[in-house]
Design a protein around this ligand. Structure first.
Ligand SMILES: [Zn+2]
Length: 526
């Protein structure tokens, strides 16, 4: 077993590194050559898992892993099994899924709706919904944000059918169950967490929504609040409070410098990451933001891609991505290759979310961003309300995604998916369905097509972030965690260093002294 793992690492390491490098080059240049190289690298990578006999050996080891005395070896077998199992199945189906995902990505990327008589991209639609007072323009923008749904509906249903076929071949009821299992998330446990979040947010969300609706009815002089009155196409964020201008804090700020100083205060140096990063807007470059580890050789090569603009949004995003980066940078290099990474998507999201949320944290604004006390004093109430509203609105939206994907994978051929989607949106988000609407609005959300069964990671990330921050401030720093090198050292020891040596449950347990408990997050938004 140890020989197999050692040999496999030797094949895996260069293939993974090639993929990451290709992804970076494509994201920073957008050339056709880079696109080709990524496809090639992907093919080489996938071929590593194509040997059925090898998979059967790994599976047999995984099934009898409890007899292994070494926890490190046992954990490597678990990780290796999941990597293999996620890439098994009829090669034709695997290939077809890749094609359809690429096709769907291209449709989302190239689709333009019509707003005000001209073509509008995603950012323009978002800007209209964020800022415009023109109701008919807003309605057009909202409709435009949904037209992509019709274009990809067939592709998304076909993807769900094919993913289900792979899942059934492997003995699962459907893709939803397979995917959760391969992410080491127990479906029953997750259902319990989601039910609890829903019932705990029922009343505070209803109250928040009532207030929001009242404001919108006045602002738009209407009796009924419709989806296009809300601040974004899916009601993922609360509407902005006109009296709270958080962008003004960062009008003249150097966000790169603020990021460096934030991590300096924790004793975590990000200069090496910054020097390898690509942070500013440029033609041909990906418009989003992400953190990427290239290879797993020490010293680690960790990079951030961003498109920094002045303002609060990019401050949050920079702190978020560098949260991923400090985690990646500080994994113990002596761990075996397979464990030399973060424990789970939800644990790295937790660190990133905890760091990103500093961008509207009064203590951080005062001490790191240099906002004056008198400037801040008038905003304290609004900042607290905004933090709470963000948590509530996002949780309700994530619940819609979570419940809808279960319905979709239970039966991708269902004729009433449009209605099922709107039933959830009405019930959970309290958003009115436009009369007679029967459109595949669910397919307009890119995650449903290309990042399936993923949303729970954001939810778990929020829960872990709240629990970890509370622990740090109560037991480690006795004050705001972001002002203390002790907090940085604790994160190194308890979260970053151990990497994937333990699964996410044990990581949470060790770092916070208790198993995951949604009570901490619920308290923060109630
Ligand atoms: Zn993230």
């Amino acid at each position: 077993m140890e020989n197999f793992i050692a040999d496999f690492e030797k094949r895996l390491a260069p293939a993974e590194k090639r993929m990451s490098e290709a992804w970076w080059v494509l994201s920073t240049s957008g050339t056709e050559e880079a696109q080709k190289e990524l496809v090639e690298a992907g093919r080489e990578y996938n071929a590593l898992f194509a040997d059925r006999d090898e998979f059967e050996r790994v599976r047999a080891w995984h099934e009898s892993r409890d007899v292994l005395e070494s926890p490190l070896l046992r954990r490597q077998v678990e990780v290796l099994y999941r990597i293999f199992a996620g890439r098994q199945g009829d090669p034709d189906i695997l290939h077809r899924i890749e094609e359809l995902e690429a096709e769907a990505s291209a449709v989302y990327g190239n689709h333009r709706g019509t707003v005000g008589g001209r073509e509008a991209g995603e950012n323009e639609v978002r800007e209209v919904l964020r800022a415009s007072d023109d109701e008919s323009l807003r309605r057009e923008a909202w409709e435009a944000s949904k037209t992509v749904g019709r274009e990809v509906e067939g592709t998304v249903r076909e993807l769900a059918r094919l993913r289900n076929r792979l899942a059934r071949e492997a003995g699962y009821p459907d893709h939803y169950h397979r995917s959760l299992d391969l992410q080491d998330v127990d479906a029953g446990e997750l259902a319990g967490i989601m039910d609890r979040l829903q019932s705990a947010t029922d009343a505070p969300f209803a109250e928040l929504k009532r207030g929001l609706d009242e404001d919108l009815r006045t602002r738009f002089d209407t009796d009924t609040v419709m989806p296009w009155h809300l601040a974004d196409p899916f009601f993922q964020d609360p509407s902005e409070n006109a009296d709270l201008d958080v962008d003004r804090y960062f009008a003249d700020a150097d966000l790169e410098d603020l990021t460096r100083r934030t991590y300096d205060a924790l004793g975590l140096d990000v200069r090496g990451v910054i020097s390898r990063s690509d942070l500013h807007e440029r033609a041909g470059k990906s418009q989003h933001a992400f953190c990427l580890s290239v290879g797993r050789e020490y010293p680690y090569d960790v990079r951030v891609l961003a498109n920094v603009q002045p303002g609060s949004y990019w401050m949050n995003t920079m702190l978020h991505e560098f949260g991923h980066a400090v985690y990646d940078r500080h994994v113990n290099p002596r761990l075996p290759y397979l464990l030399r990474t973060y424990s789970h998507t939800c644990t790295t999201e937790a660190i990133a979310l905890m760091m990103g949320s500093l961008a509207d944290d009064p203590g951080w604004l005062l001490n790191v961003a240099g906002v004056s006390e008198e400037d801040l004093r008038g905003d304290l109430g609004a900042l607290a309300a905004r933090r709470r509203a963000d948590g509530l609105v996002f949780t309700r939206w994530a619940l819609v995604m979570y419940r809808f994907e279960q319905i979709l994978y239970a039966d991708p051929d269902r004729e009433d998916l449009n209605e099922a989607w709107w039933n959830l949106v009405e019930r959970i988000q309290g958003v009115n369905r436009p009369p007679g609407r029967d459109e595949p609005d669910w397919a307009a959300k890119i995650h449903v097509a290309v990042a399936p069964v993923y949303y729970h990671n954001y939810v778990l990330g929020n829960l872990i972030a709240a629990q970890l921050r509370e622990y740090l401030e109560r037991y480690v720093t006795c004050g705001p965690f972001h002002e203390s090198e002790a907090a940085g050292r604790y994160l190194l020891e308890a979260v970053f260093g151990p990497g994937a040596r333990e699964n996410w449950r044990d990581t949470v347990l060790r770092a916070t002294g208790e198993p995951l408990d949604p009570a901490h997050f619920i308290r923060s938004i109630s």
